[in-house]
Ligand binder design. Structure first.
Ligand SMILES: *[C@@H]1O[C@H](CO)[C@@H](O)[C@H](O)[C@H]1NC(C)=O
Ligand SMILES: *[C@@H]1O[C@H](CO)[C@@H](O)[C@H](O)[C@H]1NC(C)=O
Ligand SMILES: *[C@@H]1O[C@H](CO)[C@@H](O)[C@H](O)[C@H]1NC(C)=O
Ligand SMILES: *[C@@H]1O[C@H](CO)[C@@H](O)[C@H](O)[C@H]1NC(C)=O
Length: 314
């Protein structure tokens, strides 16, 4: 087996070991068929854990111990999966799960989740709805909430929570005062909000969203959650004016900002703001550079393995 295949298999296996399943995939990253084939097997493995579509279960929830946000991330991944493979197997289940979790105000704030739901958690469902809008994923029946409106509702509720009283801005991690982490501002909450704002700007052409994306980025830099080398740290507490930074780096923070920054390049180009496009382009490059440095391991430039350094052994 060529080295790159070996490495790819090792990566797939360690992913599955982490979830308790042991199974190796024959994967050729040069072949579209192989990529789709392995994606199909991974999707089937993943969905073997989901029973929200069965009688007596709750659509859109994963069994314990998985959190509500992880189910939102799963929905987003299934939408991506359908878009890139054309496989519609999970579309009904995805639509059902998404629509069951919208809550009474169609903004992904279901009352069952008030003991855990933070801005980041809501953000994951919002980003899934945004993907559904962008890809024109099968639309809900008229009279049901539509994808774009759901993404906008998440954005609107979060913009209203922007907190200038502490650390001169930013979203708190938690939404509800009674939950642990209400005193913490974290990068992933800002990443989700930024990501939504940037993609809404591109999708709608409305500059208000772009202004919020810019404001969120600028705040991240001001509190140094994003440093001069584009490294992104976990967050800090409001009691210390966001100066007691927790130094962990997680790839989802970079991923959220990377996609949003790329959307801002595209938005700026469409709006004929070439100076802004250049600024966001530089940020995309910077994030990519730091990502490669922090999360990718291996000597050969074309053969690196991605590792979540804060939780996995390198
Ligand atoms: C909330 O919990 C109840 C009881 O388990 C369940 O019937 C309902 O479907 C849940 N709602 C959501 C949105 O998860
Ligand atoms: C708190 O942090 C913000 C953002 O970094 C800064 O603008 C502000 O001056 C700080 N306030 C105090 C009292 O240090
Ligand atoms: C643009 O978006 C903002 C924020 O949601 C909204 O208040 C405003 O009405 C929108 N403007 C237009 C022209 O749709
Ligand atoms: C990213 O890395 C490339 C290659 O090393 C370098 O030319 C570029 O200046 C870097 N960009 C940023 C924004 O750090």
């Amino acid at each position: 087996m060529p080295n790159f295949l070996h490495r790819a298999t090792v990566a797939a296996v360690s992913l599955l070991l982490a979830s308790g399943h042991v199974h190796a995939y024959d994967f050729d990253p040069q072949s579209t068929d192989s990529i789709k084939d392995v994606a199909q097997q991974l999707a089937a493995d993943l969905m073997s854990m989901y029973n929200g579509n069965q009688v007596g279960q709750t659509p859109g929830l994963l069994p314990q111990p998985y959190y509500w946000w992880e189910a939102g991330a799963l929905m987003g991944a299934l939408i991506d999966y359908w878009y890139y493979t054309g496989d519609t197997t999970y579309n009904e289940i995805t639509q059902q799960g998404m629509l069951h979790q919208v809550g009474p105000y169609n903004d992904f704030m279901p009352p069952n989740q008030t003991l855990t739901e933070g801005n980041d958690d809501q953000g994951f469902w919002g980003m899934a709805a945004m993907s559904a809008a962008e890809y024109n994923f099968q639309n809900p029946e008229p009279g049901q909430p539509q994808w774009l409106a759901l993404a906008q509702a998440v954005f609107n509720t979060q913009a209203a929570r922007w907190d200038t009283e502490h650390c001169n801005g930013g979203l708190r991690w938690q939404i509800f005062t009674w939950n642990n982490g209400f005193d913490y501002k974290n990068s992933i909450s800002q990443a989700c909000f930024f990501n939504l704002a940037a993609r809404l700007a591109l999708y709608t052409g409305n500059s208000s969203y772009a202004d919020w994306a810019t404001k969120t980025w600028d705040w991240m830099v001001a509190v140094e959650f994003i440093d001069e080398n584009y490294r992104i740290y976990d967050g800090a507490t409001v009691g210390h004016n966001c100066t007691d930074i927790t130094p962990y780096e997680f790839s989802y923070n970079v991923g959220g900002f990377l996609l949003g920054a790329a959307a801002m390049v595209e938005y700026s180009n469409k709006a004929m703001k070439t100076d802004n496009a250049a600024i966001w382009h530089e940020r995309v490059d910077g994030l990519l550079n730091s990502t490669e440095l922090i999360f990718f391991f291996g000597d050969d430039v074309n053969d690196k393995v991605m590792i979540e350094v804060a939780c996995e052994r390198t």
